[in-house]
Design a protein around this ligand. Structure first.
Ligand SMILES: [Mn+2]
Length: 274
């Protein structure tokens, strides 16, 4: 049984928001499995109310359409990136706001490439436990371990913020000093840096603490609890959010379902923020 996201509209043409899944996990450096992320998130979304207890609004106030997962050639990162890029371009050209579900974090690069051709001024805000600032990983330039470095090449250093980061090499740490912001402790993030700016938000769900989000390939101790994370992203409600992706949910690493439930609830809040 394949689900769509909670009570999704059937009308793609008139929907302002489109949810799309990219079930790709072929460069995962530790434990693969995020290809099953989008559908498990959809399944768990049916356990949610459409009304947000945080924002006191119902997602039916928005018109959102879940177009399902895009078929991808697993094992071919180049072709996969090209398909993700073209899909994103097509959705942007039809004026959709896009929530992209991974899959692994590598999917963010072709998405950002398309967004950067459509909007030339947004700030990329990345939540992650890992810096992902490597030039290459095991010889693979488009690995999920390099995704933010590749985005910096597209956007420039001063259009990238990283939040919640607690795992990096010495080289990545040195490089991070060039970015607009790089914070392990989110309380030190200066919201003035993005005041009045358009933002794109990329959420690697391993930014959450493994005790609340064990269902991911590369868990890293010392992260956000769920409520702090939701409260933090709600602070972006005054910014124009041009797009969002959620990546690295690997459901087979969490038989309890708490990770899937957390991820689905974050998507509900994101729909209301867009
Ligand atoms: Mn990560």
């Amino acid at each position: 049984m394949i689900y769509n996201f909670l009570e999704s509209s059937e009308d793609k043409k008139n929907s302002e928001i489109v949810i799309v899944g990219y079930p790709f996990d072929s460069t995962s450096s530790f434990r693969a499995g995020s290809r099953n992320g989008p559908n498990s998130l959809r399944f768990f979304s049916w356990n949610l109310e459409t009304f947000s207890n945080y924002q006191k609004k119902d997602i039916h106030e928005k018109n959102y359409f879940d177009m399902g997962d895009v078929e991808l050639p697993f094992g071919d990162i180049k072709k996969t990136n090209s398909i993700i890029y073209k899909t994103t371009k097509r959705l942007l050209n039809s004026k959709k706001k896009i929530i992209s579900l991974g899959g692994e974090h590598s999917i963010t690069y072709p998405i950002i490439k398309a967004f950067n051709e459509y909007y030339d001024d947004f700030i990329l805000v990345v939540f992650d436990a890992h810096a992902d600032l490597r030039e290459e990983y095991l010889g693979v330039k488009f690995s999920h371990a390099c995704v933010v470095r590749n985005c910096v090449k597209l956007l420039g250093e001063k259009r990238v913020c990283q939040l919640g980061i607690r795992s990096y090499t010495k080289e990545e740490f040195e490089f991070s000093k060039k970015l607009l912001s790089f914070n392990e402790d989110i309380n030190s993030f200066d919201f003035n840096l993005i005041k009045g700016k358009r933002i794109y938000i990329s959420i690697d769900l391993d930014v959450l603490d493994p005790s609340v989000f064990p269902g991911t390939g590369t868990p890293e101790a010392g992260g956000f609890n769920f409520k702090d994370f939701i409260n933090f992203i709600l602070k972006f409600q005054d910014n124009e959010i041009v797009g969002v992706d959620l990546v690295e949910l690997s459901p087979e690493h969490d038989i309890s379902g708490i990770s899937q439930a957390a991820a689905a609830k974050i998507v509900r809040e994101i729909i209301l923020l867009l």
